[in-house]
Write a protein that binds this ligand. Structure first.
Ligand SMILES: [Zn+2]
Length: 191
């Protein structure tokens, strides 16, 4: 299979998935960059080559199932799994805890590829890993569209298509606030 050709960062900026400005994050901190992940996930013409790069990276690891976290991870997991010819399932919250529902199952016979759209703290991926490991499945790797931190997960192969380390400031220390630039609220991160 030929290597997919996609210059991701310009493609994300063109779709409005990667915004430059002055943003108030859901944490309350300020940043000059914001990732609107659904501008990628809503567009099959972009999500297909994105998923192709993740699928190509992990194909030789012979995963048997792709696991994502609701909501964005459902879409990415589906497209990666479609290209690998395997199933896609997802983790969701029940009573505040990450679980497999809907009859989804993994077992110790499974080799799991975990995917996530944007990883900032890694909490969501760690929850997925925890559930998968609870069932004794082997994790072959984590595929990420945009990683906003480094050194996310020990002892697991991580492949991020784009590394954009998060730089954020306490509002009182924000250089853009000091420069008098109006701050915008890009909306709920989980929307
Ligand atoms: Zn600011």
């Amino acid at each position: 299979m030929s290597e997919p050709q996609l210059d991701l960062q310009p493609a994300l900026m063109q779709r409005g998935a990667l915004l430059d400005g002055h943003f108030r994050l859901s944490s309350g901190r300020h940043s000059d960059r914001f990732v609107q992940k659904f501008r990628v996930l809503e567009d099959p013409a972009l999500l297909e080559p994105v998923a192709q790069m993740i699928a190509a990276r992990f194909r030789d690891a012979k995963p048997t199932v792709v696991v994502g976290a609701a909501v964005g991870g459902i879409l990415l997991a589906y497209e990666v799994a479609r290209q690998l010819g395997i199933k896609a399932i997802f983790i969701e919250k029940a009573n505040g805890l990450p679980v497999l529902r809907r009859g989804f199952a993994v077992s110790s016979a499974d080799r799991v590829l975990v995917v996530e759209d944007v990883v900032t703290t890694g909490l969501s991926v760690r929850e997925v890993l925890g559930v998968v490991q609870h069932y004794g499945a082997e994790i072959v790797g984590v595929g990420i569209i945009v990683a906003r931190a480094e050194q996310l997960f020990d002892k697991i192969p991580v492949y991020a298509l784009l590394n954009l380390p998060m730089i954020s400031y306490d509002a009182a220390e924000c250089p853009q606030c000091r420069a008098g630039e109006p701050v915008t609220d890009p909306g709920s991160r989980r929307a």
